[in-house]
Design a protein around this ligand. Sequence first.
Ligand code: ADP
Length: 463
Amino acid sequence: MKSWASSTRVAKRDHSKPKAGELAYRKGDILTIVETGTGKGHYMARHNTTGEEGLISTTNVREREAICVDPSLSLMPWFHGKISGPEAVSKLLPVEDGLFLVRESIRHPGDYVLCVSYSSQVIHYRVIYKDSKLTIDNTQYFYNLLDMIEFYSKHKGAIVTKLLKPKEKEGTKSAELELSKTGWLLDIRELTLGGSIGEGEFGAVYAGDYMGQKVAVKNIKCDVTAQAFLEETTVMTKLQHKNLVRLLGVILHNGLHIVTELMAKGNLVNFLRTRGRYVISHIIEDVCEGMEYLESKRLVHRDLAARNILVSNEGVAKVSDFGLTKLDCKASDKAKLPVKWTAPEALKKEKLSTRSDVWSYGVLLWETFSYGRQPYPKMSLKEVKELVEQGYRMEAPEECPPSVYALMRCCWEAEPRKRPSFQKLQEKLERDEKDRGRERDGKRENADPGLNPRSSVSACFRL
Ligand code: ADP
């Protein structure tokens, strides 16, 4: 299968005098490789801005870089909040045709004003909020400011000029510019949307095709939510691991489209519920490897659960949903924490760490070995919180090997320091894998899966 994910490159230097068949580009331009088998040292590539195609030298380009997780990165850098008309004018000076900003109206609270520079003056357009939509001329209606600015950047419509350049609010950086510079901004024209494959908290997830690769697309229409999701995607640009769902890029159109690799077998809960007993081989190892990678980057996932694990067509499990993933360890919004998966110290003292992720991993093991059951069956969140705090722990799922249950209990140590790290868990799982191999080779005789804890993990992994 063509791997589009690794086919975006950034030009390292100018190539302004191309020979016949070669592509011209400048340092920093974003190029998409369309074919690699074009001869040694060359790729066939398409220029993301001009759309032209031609040969490029492999040494003249580099991979995309991660985007700095920067709270000042804004989808609406042109939004200046509540400022007066004269203040807006002073910000748009010296006048430059098409320079614009949006402010909140002081005279009409709740309404916005689009201020545009044109022909040595600043024109103020009142944006009216009507029937949950925004409009300037009672002809064109928009769901939010992002859509409105996108429209008037492409069409003059009823205003004096197309919007050409945002006047950025001090202290903010344009997400669009940053995404485009770093190669993470994708082109809506290359995307073909298919059917819905899942329902997220903020809307449906669709299957799609982007330049020949199967993708999943999440569209967030609300501008405030889109801004919050932007942080999730900037975290994802830093992460590259075979057991983490890979971000391919984002599209700024109709809000925010987040494009990731398609995980054809969907989320782990549904996968386990529908595939029967013998599919859990490697799943817990896959998740553990993905989490070990996050641990090595000192990132805390905060929402590890089977619903946030996706399974690829080949049966590889990958961690997804990095919405709550953070470097810092303070839970700023306790209400958001999923009680049945969250460690007691995190619920109580708001202390989140890799070791609280390990607790969640224990719950995920329980979900996996009970084939997608809801943890703490029939217990309310309040009961779970109180009882777990007093030392209550879930029983082993039916037919769960004792050694796997022992692992869960290690993950559920009340004292975070006593829980194993993901690295230790990974080592343990690897040892089990080796034992399994030895057993298969017949080197081990008289193995009794019921008595030997390690080999009983092996027994349950056997397909
Ligand atoms: P949210 O975090 O907004 O609630 P999710 O990202 O969890 O939404 O997505 C909801 C559902 O959509 C998932 O449970 C899964 O079934 C499906 N889904 C999400 N991303 C993908 C993907 N990359 N490939 C396949 N299915 C996906």
